[in-house]
Ligand binder design. Structure first.
Ligand SMILES: Nc1nc2c(ncn2[C@@H]2O[C@H](COP(=O)(O)OP(=O)(O)O)[C@@H](O)[C@H]2O)c(=O)[nH]1
Ligand SMILES: [Mg+2]
Length: 472
């Protein structure tokens, strides 16, 4: 044992997170600004014209698109969550408490701001410019245990970090909390781009509440990284055993723990003199990899956002064509009620007609029964007829604007054509899994909203422009 620091990563302005972050920050801003513009000018008009909101989700605001990537920290108390944030920032955030006892008793969003200050939960949840309005539904007892800690830091310009109260064992603490802890975790997890679940390598413990919290992460495994922290406290042999025990315990909570990446490390700013050194190389490499992943977050977050909006554009286009088609099938004078009922009964057939007529990917269609339920609330003849101009604008975005936007991230390019974006079927074959978007196997039966994958295809901007114009 000696006193050298495991955490020897070179520290720049951003702290130990690689410097490339600042370039990526610019790239992220450029991509997000362009994305906002494309959405507002090209996609939103189609959504509002066909009441996309009533069937899928409300139009996105600039703030929805701008929201910075979020990193959520979870774990039992005293696993080193707050120390981890301090390590990343190279200084404590306003209102941070570190200690061996349960210290952080609240959810803290650490965000960038010109001055260091703490904004209490109630104020933070109504403040314009902060993406926390949705937290109001958890009530007063939660909001009094929520705060925003603002400080000026290069790293926070490209991400917001959420520190959480330690998960406690015992029914008593759970009742004292006074709010639905797993539901709050679920809220943050759904918005987070990366979820780090910390464990203490020296004192491995998974309480029932932590299990419940991990269970709420189901379906988001692609964002979860396990951090076995405080590895400086164990020697190589113990580390191997602890690692095995951790995987075994996780296997009892998560169905497929092998899909969760595990990082080993020791993340704190002022390590003491005594620490085990036999795994030092391994730990340094692991720490480096985790920091690298954090550094790439702006890029992966921008790609994820583009992906989501591409998926949304394809959904909105299909939605407009279905609704417009149904509207056109309605009689102008008599028998409207009867016709509406008949159309609703034969939705799968009507979907198929739209799909064939416009040469669309079956996987972009919503689930007919869910769609029918929503449609029942409207009079079909109150919808607008198909407006080819609006559809063409969205097609243009899919064929040109989004691929151009993806061109900002050269590393992600692939040989695929812009079919990946446009979603039009390729001759005779039903293209049901075009990236971006979730892969689909069933025909017109899937209305799912899986998180889109990172693996976005990029096409040359000039590829396949408006190949569909002959459709009409
Ligand atoms: N040995 C060791 N101790 C750590 C490490 N990180 C944090 N600690 C200590 O663990 C205790 C709990 O840390 P804290 O950050 O408050 O944990 P939190 O409750 O998860 O936020 C403090 O005494 C820290 O000094 C680490 O990497 N190694
Ligand atoms: Mg803490």
């Amino acid at each position: 044992m000696n006193s050298s620091n495991h955490a020897t990563a070179a520290t720049g302005q951003n702290g130990p997170v690689p410097e490339s972050t600042s370039n990526q920050d610019d790239l992220y801003q450029t991509a997000i600004n362009r994305l906002k513009h494309i959405y507002r000018k090209k996609l939103k008009p189609l959504e509002t014209n066909y009441n996309f909101e009533g069937f899928h989700s409300a139009p996105l605001t600039d703030m929805d698109i701008e929201a910075k990537p979020m990193v959520l920290l979870l774990g039992q108390y005293s696993t080193g969550k707050t120390s981890f944030v301090e390590y990343l920032l190279r200084s404590p955030y306003p209102g941070a408490h570190i200690g061996i006892e349960p210290t952080t008793d609240r959810f803290i969003a650490i965000t960038d701001g010109p001055e260091s200050k703490v904004i209490p939960g109630h104020a933070a949840a109504v403040a314009g410019g902060l993406p926390f309005h949705g937290l109001q539904k958890f009530g007063n007892s939660f909001l009094s245990r929520f705060q925003v800690s603002q400080m000026s830091h290069p790293l926070l310009r490209s991400m917001t970090i959420i520190d959480s109260p330690g998960v406690l064992s015992g029914e008593k603490q759970r009742i004292e909390r006074g709010y639905d802890f797993p539901a709050v975790i679920e809220w943050f997890a759904a918005r987070a781009n990366l979820i780090l679940v910390l464990f203490d390598g020296h004192k491995l413990d998974i309480s029932d509440e932590l299990k419940a919290a991990i269970t709420t992460l189901r379906g988001q495994e692609d964002k979860v990284r396990i951090v076995l922290n405080k590895c400086d406290q164990v020697n190589g042999q113990e580390l191997m055993r602890v690692y095995g025990a951790l995987m075994w315990s996780l296997g009892r909570v998560v169905h497929s723990p092998e899909v969760m990446k595990v990082y080993l490390g020791s993340f704190w700013t002022n390590p003491p003199q005594h620490r085990y050194e036999d795994c030092r190389d391994l730990l340094e490499k692991e720490q480096h990899d985790l920091l690298q992943e954090l550094g790439e977050l702006p890029k992966t977050a921008a790609i994820r956002k583009i992906n989501e909006i591409v998926k949304r554009a394809r959904l909105a286009r299909v939605h407009a064509l279905i609704v417009g088609h149904l509207r056109e099938r309605m009689p102008s004078m008599f028998g409207k009620k009867k016709k509406q009922a008949a159309l609703l009964d034969s939705l799968p057939t009507e979907f198929q007609k739209v799909q064939l007529k416009h040469n669309l990917a079956p996987g972009d269609f919503p689930d007919p029964s869910t769609f029918r339920e929503k449609l029942q609330l409207y009079k079909l003849d109150s919808f607008n007829k198909v407006n080819l101009r609006l559809i063409d604008v969205v097609d243009d975005a899919l064929a040109r604007d989004f691929p151009q936007l993806m061109g900002l991230f050269p590393g992600t390019s692939s040989h695929q054509t812009s079919h990946a974006f446009t979603g039009y079927s390729t001759g005779g074959q039903s293209e049901s899994s075009g990236q971006p978007g979730p892969s689909r196997t069933s025909t017109m039966a899937s209305g799912d909203t899986d998180p889109p994958s990172y693996n976005v295809a990029v096409s040359s901007p000039k590829a396949t422009p408006h190949s569909h114009t002959s459709r009409y």
